[in-house]
Write a protein that binds this ligand. Structure first.
Ligand code: CA
Ligand code: CA
Ligand code: CA
Length: 187
């Protein structure tokens, strides 16, 4: 078996974070979801929705985390030790935010299909926690699959690095001045 089946739909969106306590995540959704960007001469991005996130959201990601075919939004709340997940209702509006507690200083979120089921999963890199938490997607409630240890974890990415058909994970370990890879296996 070669290759990894990644999520069906990772639609681009432009997001704006307003920093500070009680911060909000503003989502600017132009009507480009069904229109190729090349056909748009002058795109505009009026503010569409605003959702309350945790304390000091610093990084945001779009991916279909619940596997229902529409693109969801997740923000890493740096000083809230949490991530906020906004599930898309299918029309660019979002259900009530779900908060997941993380290790200390979650600085970045990433996604990829770590278990090969065709739906996106979530990676949360925690700088002070020296960890990358891997959450299984594919349903409205994400579940913690495993936690990787990396000194000063700053970012993580998913790819099949050894071409064995299972996803692997690369982590920028800022505290150690290293890039650490984790070889995926399936049991
Ligand atoms: Ca979705
Ligand atoms: Ca998956
Ligand atoms: Ca692999």
């Amino acid at each position: 078996m070669t290759g990894i089946a990644y999520s069906r739909k990772f639609t681009a969106a432009l997001l704006v974070l307003t920093l500070g306590a009680g911060a909000s995540v503003g989502l600017l959704t132009p009507a480009f979801a069904a229109t190729p960007a090349s056909s748009c001469t002058t795109p505009t991005f009026p503010r569409s929705t605003t959702a309350t996130a945790g304390t000091n959201p610093r990084h945001v990601l779009t991916a279909d985390l619940d596997g229902d075919g529409d693109t969801d939004v997740v923000a890493a709340n740096l000083d809230g030790n949490s991530v906020t997940v906004l599930l898309n209702s299918g029309d660019g509006s979002f259900a009530a935010a779900t908060t997941y507690t993380t290790d200390s200083l979650p600085v970045a979120v990433g996604s990829g299909d770590v278990d090969g089921d065709g739906t996106a999963d979530l990676l949360v890199s925690s700088l002070n926690g020296d960890s990358v938490a891997v959450y299984r997607g594919g349903s409205e409630q994400l579940s913690l699959l495993t936690t990787l240890t990396a000194d000063g974890a700053y970012d993580a990415s998913v790819a099949d690095l050894d071409d064995d058909g299972t996803a692997d994970i690369a982590v920028a370990a800022g505290g150690a001045g290293q890039v650490v890879t984790f070889t995926g296996s399936c049991s």
